[in-house]
Design a protein around this ligand. Structure first.
Ligand code: GLU
Ligand code: ZN
Length: 489
């Protein structure tokens, strides 16, 4: 049996961490089994559908860098993979269920359903739902309604008693009382559109899906699906409901906890490798004492048995850590290329800018260790491209010094740089150290005004290396500018 699994998103919102996790687990499982990973668009909810969400889906996975073997864009033996292109099929199967007496026409109009709902609310009934009125229509009534051309939906006959039992790979056998299943859910709407349940079951069957791996919130749908599989006489795929992803506070991960949409993470400067690595480890243990895995390694190590049953907690700090690790793994060229869009966006460099390219390549060793996110780069690097506004005088002045002492420290720095240049940084640093001792200052106090003159902040990437990138002339000019600024203060 070839493993065939699917990611079946509804394009009613942007891709978020939960969806990507579902997709990733499906992907890892398929690849680890030599099987196929399929993308199916469940776009039956036309009111919440928007084409942007489909685009967002494609953009997200193009960025993440793992793909389906079959899907709307790449085709495959079970095409079409978009449910709205399969509508005729669902209708036929729904009618088959009616013929087999497993489903029935319901002619209740919206008004009756609403009235029923109001009554149930007024009576404070526990269960609010359809009263199965049309399940018991006589043959004549049904024929008359149809002859009159009355609109109808098709509802599934949920057994009135007993239990429905199904197996979940992770959770074991689950027994569901039939009376707890929503009374006779709609399979086909009056406009001929299928509901999620109908389209999902038919497609999983026709696409030969072997394992259904999806979020745990879909468990209540499973008994209903089981009833449908049984009604059709089809074998149900193996189910595997994935534990929820929670925020640190134990509530379902949501905006309140931080970014959840993949494009937010992308904008913040996360690397796709970090996100994939972290998400793959969410609620899943591979080997002790090891965190960093490439996608290929994750594939080769993946086993369903490694999934925890309990919910996973999304730890933004841990993800940050992963991001830093992946940033540091990049070569200077790769990292510079990744930072470029952020620097362009911040207006720090032009798209075509050979001088900026050179600056960036030289700057990578200076900032690589300091970056947590790609988006940290623009503020951290801006001083390397051109002059910025000088900060207030206080920023330049070391403890126990005043403006004139600071000016004279800057004069010392200028003299040292003029004399020794920037070719041999360890050597120049030594000269600075020796000079600081001679004039009875701490090295830090000598360097502090220099750092502010060069980088405009007290905390910056390595100072001498920065000056080397700027060049001696520009470094001296910045010192002059700082002296003028302080004198004017
Ligand atoms: N279209 C459903 C969703 O949006 C698919 C659920 C399933 O995998 O069965 O998640
Ligand atoms: Zn009805």
């Amino acid at each position: 049996m070839t493993v065939r699994v699917r990611y079946a998103p509804s394009p009613t919102g942007n891709q978020h961490i939960g969806g990507v996790r579902t997709a990733l687990i499906n992907y890892l499982f398929a690849k680890s089994q030599g099987g196929k990973f399929i993308l199916r668009l469940e776009d039956t909810d036309r009111t919440r559908y928007a084409p942007e969400y489909v685009q967002n889906l494609y953009d997200t996975f193009a960025w993440l860098g793992f793909y389906w073997d079959e899907g709307p864009d790449v085709g495959g033996p079970s095409a079409p993979y978009v449910q709205s292109e399969r509508f005729d099929l669902y209708k036929k199967y729904a009618e088959d269920l009616v013929k087999m007496d497993k489903a029935y026409y319901c002619f209740c109009d919206a008004e009756r359903i609403e009235k029923l709902r109001q009554e149930q609310i007024a009576e404070k009934k526990n269960e609010i739902g359809y009263d199965r009125h049309c399940r018991y229509l006589s043959e004549e009534e049904r024929a008359r309604n149809l002859a009159e051309g009355k609109a109808y939906v098709i509802r599934l006959k949920i057994p009135l008693e007993g239990v429905t039992t199904f197996h979940d790979h992770l959770l074991g056998w689950i027994e569901w009382k039939n009376e707890d299943i929503s009374p006779d859910p709609i399979l086909l709407k009056s406009d001929g559109f299928p509901t999620y349940h109908l389209a999902n079951v038919i497609d999983d069957h026709l696409m030969n899906i072997t394992h259904v791996m999806r979020a745990q919130e879909w468990i209540p749908s499973a008994p209903l699906h089981k009833i449908m599989y049984d009604a059709f006489g089809w074998e149900m795929p193996e189910l595997c409901h994935l534990p929820m992803v929670l925020g640190q506070d134990g509530h379902k991960l949501s905006k309140r906890h931080g970014a959840t949409a993949v494009n937010e993470f992308r904008k913040l400067g996360y690397l796709p490798e970090a996100l994939i690595n972290y998400i793959a480890l969410l609620g899943c243990s591979y080997e002790d004492g090891r965190d960093i895995y490439s996608l290929e390694e994750l594939v080769s190590l993946f086993k369903l048995e490694k999934l925890n049953k309990s919910p996973a907690v999304f730890d933004y700090q841990k993800l940050e850590w992963f991001n830093g690790q992946y940033i540091r793994q990049k070569s200077d060229e790769e990292l510079a290329g990744l930072l470029r869009p952020y620097l362009i966006e911040a207006g720090i460099r032009a798209v075509d800018d050979p001088k900026a390219d050179r600056i960036e390549l030289a700057a990578m060793p200076l900032i690589k260790e300091r970056l947590k996110f790609l988006s940290d780069a623009p503020p951290m690097m801006a001083y390397l491209y051109g002059r910025l506004e000088l900060p207030a005088a206080e920023t330049f002045i070391p403890k126990k010094a005043d403006v004139s002492a600071t000016v004279s420290l800057l004069g010392e720095c200028a003299a040292l740089l003029s004399k020794y240049g920037l070719e041999d940084i360890p050597f120049v640093e030594d000269r600075f150290r020796a000079r600081a001792a001679e004039i009875g200052k701490k090295l830090g106090d000598l360097l502090m005004p220099l750092r502010v003159a060069i980088t405009y902040t007290r905390v910056s990437p390595p100072l001498f290396e920065s000056m080397k990138i700027l060049g001696l002339e520009e470094s001296l000019a910045r010192i002059d500018a700082a002296i003028l600024h302080l004198r004017g203060a």
